[in-house]
Design a protein around this ligand. Sequence first.
Ligand SMILES: [Zn+2]
Length: 243
Amino acid sequence: MKKLLCAIFIICFGINNAVAEEVLTFPIYVHIVEIDQNIKQTQYKVDSNDKVTSSSIKMVPYKTSVTKEIIKKDFLKLNKIWSQANIRFHIRDINFTKSETKNFKKYGELAFKNYDSYSYIDTSLRHLLEIIDHKRHDNERGINAYYVPTMLADICGAWDNDNNIMIIGSSEEKKFNPIVKLYGKCNRIETLAHEFGHTVQLDHSDISQNLMMSTGLDVDMGTNLTKEQIIEARKFMKKVLGK
Ligand SMILES: [Zn+2]
C-alpha cells in the first residue's frame, strides 16, 4: 500500500510541475515550394540480398504534394512531441512560393561540404540550395520552414542556422539507400520535430530513442528529449523571445 501511494504522489507531482512551466511559443512561417517537374535521379536495382546489381539515371516526377491541411496536421503532431518541453511552434502563415533557378552552386558547396560521400547528388539538391540562396534575408520575424518534394537520397530535412531556414522533404516514399544498403523512408513529423530541435540550438545526441539522434533512413530516431535538452531549448527560446 505504501508503495502505491508513493507512485501516485510522484505522478501527481510530475504533472503539477509540468503545468507550472510557462508555454513558450515560436512564430513559424511555412512556405510550400511549388515545384512540379521531372528531374534526374539515380534509381537502383537490387537482388534478393539487397546488393545493388545496377543503377541508372532516370527522369522522375518531382512535385510538392502537401496541402495547407496536411501541414496544419503536421504541426499538431509536432507540437505534441514538443509539449514535453512546453514549447510550441505556432504557424503564423502558410503560403505558396515559387522556386527560382540562379546563383545556388557556390552556396551549395558551402552548405554541403561535409557530405563527401554524396557523389550521386542529383538535381533535387539544386532546388534546396536555390531556396536558401533566394530567401536568405527573409527571416526577420520568425522561423521559415520550406516544404519541398523530397530531399537528397538520405537526408530528410535540413536546418540552416545562419538564415533561420528549415527545409523539409514532404515525401515519405520508401527508397533504397546505396550507402547503408537499406530501404528506408523519411518520417516527416519526426524530421520536423528534429529540425525544430536544431532551431532551438540543440546538437545531435547518441542516446537511443532521442529526438536529436542523427540517423539514416533506416533507424527510427525516437521523440524523447532529456531534461538537459529541455532546459537548454527553453533557455534559448526565452533569450530569443526576450523573456
Ligand atoms: Zn540533425
